[in-house]
Every structure is written in C-alpha cells, then in structure tokens.
Design a protein around this ligand. Structure first.
Ligand code: ADP
Length: 468
C-alpha cells in the first residue's frame, strides 16, 4: 500500500496502549503500519468544528476526533444509530423510534465527517470504516471526489430484507454500501442476507467473481468472523488458578452470563430458563447459582430502561421463590468488572450461558472458551442466533426462545462427563484460535488491498452530476 491506513470507528481509544480485543487489534495494526484513527470526541461542543482535532496519545499513529453537539449525539448516536438501525439489524422493528430529526442528524454527522476525512486523506490512502454508525460514509466521500479504497465492516447482524421495511426511504443500504470496495460481515448468513438485499434491487447484479455490480459500481461482500485476542485472554485467565480466592463467596456450581444490558441479549428468557432448571432438577440438594453481570448501556433510550425493570422484577421473583437462608441462586451485577476478574470468573464457572436473540458474533462466547482449563473445562451453552454459533457447533446450541430446551441444556452441561467436556472444548477452542482478532484484521486489510475498482470514478461523478 503506498498510502496510509485510516481507521474510522465511533469510539476512539485515548490510552497509549489500549486494552480490549478489537481496540487492541486495530491499535496493533496501526502501530505497525502507521496512519490515522478517527473517532468521536466524547465532549460535546455547541458548535462542532469543521476540522478534526488530535486526541489522546499520538506517539505511534495519529488519533483524531470529530466533534459533535449534544443534538448530534441525541439524533445521530442515540437516535438513528441506536433507536433505528440497531433494532432493525437485531430483528426488533417493533422498537424502532421514527423521527425526521434522527434521519437528519445521521446524515448531517456522516456528511460532516466525510468532509473532515476528505481534508486529511491522500488519494492513495485506504479507509476502513467500522459499523452501523457510518453506513453512508463511502457514498459521502465519493460525492466529494475521493477515489481511493474504502472498506466497511459491520459488527452487528446484517438485517433481513423484510425487516428493512422499518427503515425510512432515505436509508437505502444497497445504495450506501455499493460505494465501498469491500463490505465485511461477520457470518455466512449475514452475507446471504446482504446478497438477498442486492438481488432485490433493480440494477444490481451478482458477478462471476462474487462481487455485486450496482450501476457502475462494484462491491465485494465477504464474511470475516471476528474473534478475541486469544493469547492475551488465555494468559489472563491462567494467571490465577486459585479458584478459592475468586469464588470464595460463590458456593456450589457456577453458571455465568456476561452481557451489556441490551434487549438483544435474551436475558429475561435466560433467567426464566435458569428458574425452570431449578424447578425441574432431580437432585434438590444441588445448588448451582447463576451469576449474571450486565453493565448498563444506552440508558437514555427507553427500550433499555424497560429491559432493566423487567430483569429486576424477574430476578427478585426468582430469588424470592428459590433462595434458602444460605443460598442465593441468582446474583445479578449491574456494572462493569475488570477484565482479569472476568477471565477468572469464566474459568471458575462450570457453564457459560450465552443466549442472545440476535448477535453479530458474541465475543463473550469466545472469551468463555479461551478462559477454560483444558484439563477440566466448563461447557458453553450458546444461542443458535449468535454469529459465534455458525462455527462453534460443538457448544451446546440452544434456541433462545425455548425456555424448556435451555433448561435441559443447563442440566446436560452440569452433568456432562469430563471426556465430553474436553472434546467439546477442544473443538470450540480450535475455532476461537482460527478467528484470533489479529489475524482477522490482517485478513480483512489484505482483502481490501486486493480489491480492484474497475470503473472510472470520473464517469461515476459525471453520472451523479447528471442525475442531480
Ligand atoms: P457486544 O459487542 O454486543 O457488547 P460482545 O459479546 O461481542 O457483545 O462483546 C462484549 C465485550 O464486552 C466482551 O469483550 C465482554 O467481555 C465485555 N463485557 C461485557 N460485559 C462486561 C462487564 N460487565 N464488565 C467488563 N466487560 C464486559
């Protein structure tokens, strides 16, 4: 690559060496190649600047922030991104909040950001855009005349064609995505849904090389299942083998769930399934506990407040009905936990209980597997609806709408003999290693470098002008 790499994501890390899988992988990539990471400034400005500003550590590559007003945050981030696109992509059209202000905010922030990127991008630079906050960014950059390579990676599920009906007509995903050179999605099912969308568009054609031809544009659509920083997570989990220390208050067998408190994560049904397991278990002396860690997220959005109330009520009822003087079956922690403690909790837990209704990948499933002791591993109970289930077929796969099936899977997991646990763990761990996040970003960037734009942008721009 003769130009530099420009990464765009909503959040930008500011620490010299950031932690966390994806952030760390992108940081490592940029540390090696140099370049720019662009993300949003967490401070609101009454009058957002037209230029990007330096933010955080600048020692190995440039970190630049785009400013937003509070209205931008309300309409672009909480509004269109998280009250329209997020529910549509997670099959919850019923939770969509429609507002012209949201659409306008989304377009305004993307257009402003495109102008700011255009100022700092050279013609040979390669731009890698992350996630649903920025679907139209390539279209806006092309309109300004940027002809270099632009890639997109969607971390959440690609929406089903039927669900896209809940989007306003101005949100034309096919039109927006066709201006990228490469659209990266998590799973083969996501790719199938994306191709279905293009097939339904007049003027789109599936080419022999697997690309989509849309008017004069060509776009590649491929899956790149994301993973975790495997070695780092294994090392963190191994650091303390002292189960007693971490589990001194966690009597009996532990089942663990760790998720942002999001309606897509299927938490109420998870609690119900655990309750059902307690009711139906044969050995009443057995006292497993479910530890659910669920930090708050997007609490300004009403659907997130609703799920919190629902869970609190369910948790109270479950403990009221089942607790003993010396046993609390459900522990529900509503805050963030240090990653090293989390890794040790995963290692301690007999069962990882991961039951989303819809999830792009679900990294918790991979972290749970990576944290296990190979000599005495726990069992992953995983929703078929999580992207991770496409590859981790040796987990106990469940339907997150089927309380009975999930309760039976808990029983099966808690009773599973060592040999079977080891066989399932080994198969899942193979997939966790194969999708290591360092390799993921390398694979994606190599594919983007190899993508060819075989059309003349001047003719595209001409066409745009003529149709305007
Ligand atoms: P999503 O991206 O939808 O939140 P993922 O499962 O893909 O879901 O990723 C969540 C990440 O956040 C994981 O790395 C997980 O360990 C981390 N995480 C989730 N809950 C907590 C928590 N309470 N404390 C610390 N980290 C958490």
């Amino acid at each position: 690559m003769s130009g530099k790499l420009i990464v765009v994501s909503n959040r930008i890390p500011t620490a010299a060496t950031p932690s966390g899988g994806l952030v760390f992988a992108l940081h490592e990539t940029l540390r090696k190649t140099g370049g720019i990471w662009i993300g949003s400034d967490p401070e609101f400005q009454a009058d957002p600047s037209d230029t990007l500003k330096e933010i955080g550590d600048q020692s190995t590559y440039q970190r630049l922030a785009f400013e937003m007003s509070e209205t931008d945050y309300q309409t672009f981030y909480l509004g269109f991104a998280n009250s329209v696109l997020w529910p549509v992509c997670h099959r919850r059209g019923d939770l969509v909040q429609m507002s012209r202000r949201f659409e306008e905010g989304y377009r305004r922030v993307n257009k402003r950001l495109a102008r700011q990127i255009f100022e700092v991008a050279g013609p040979e630079d390669m731009i890698w855009v992350h996630d649903y906050h920025f679907f139209p960014l390539a279209a806006d950059l092309r309109e300004l005349g940027f002809e270099g390579k632009i890639g997109f990676f969607l971390h959440i599920p690609f929406p089903a064609l039927g669900d896209m009906g809940a989007l306003p007509p101005s949100a034309n995903l096919a039109h927006w995505l066709a201006d990228y050179d490469l659209v990266g999605l998590q799973t083969r099912s996501d790719v199938a849904r994306c191709l279905e969308m293009f097939r339904s568009e007049l003027g789109a054609e599936l080419m022999h090389d697997g690309k989509i031809k849309y008017g004069e544009r060509r776009v590649g659509v491929r899956s790149f299942p994301i993973g975790i920083d495997v070695e780092a997570f294994v090392a963190t989990a191994e650091k303390s083998t002292n189960r007693e220390e971490i589990a001194k208050d966690l009597s009996g067998e532990l089942i663990i769930g760790v998720d942002r408190l999001d309606y897509s994560k299927g938490l109420p049904n998870r609690f119900r399934a655990f309750g059902r397991y307690l009711e139906t278990r044969k050995d009443k002396e057995r006292r497993p506990s479910l530890l659910q860690i669920a930090p708050p997220t997007r609490e300004e959005v009403s659907a997130y407040r609703d799920i919190r109330f629902e869970l609190e009520e369910l948790a109270g009822r479950l403990n009221g009905e089942n607790a003993e003087l010396d046993w609390t079956p459900l522990r529900y922690i509503h805050r963030n936990i240090d990653r090293d403690v989390l890794a040790k909790l995963f290692r301690t837990a007999r069962v990882g209980f991961v039951t989303p209704f819809a999830d792009g990948m679900n990294l918790v499933a991979k972290e749970y597997i990576a944290a296990q002791d190979p000599e005495d591993p726990g069992v992953l109970v995983l929703s078929r609806m999580a992207g991770a289930a496409e590859d981790m077929t040796e987990a106990l796969l469940v339907n997150p709408y089927d309380i009975e099936e999930m309760s039976e899977a808990l029983a099966q997991a808690l009773d599973m003999p060592l040999e079977e646990r080891q066989a399932r763990y080994t198969a899942c761990m193979k997939r966790v290693r194969a999708t290591d996040v360092g390799r993921w970003s390398e694979n994606y960037l190599n594919a983007l470098k190899d993508s060819r734009r075989d059309l003349s942008w001047s003719s595209f721009n001409e066409r745009h002008k003529n149709s305007a």
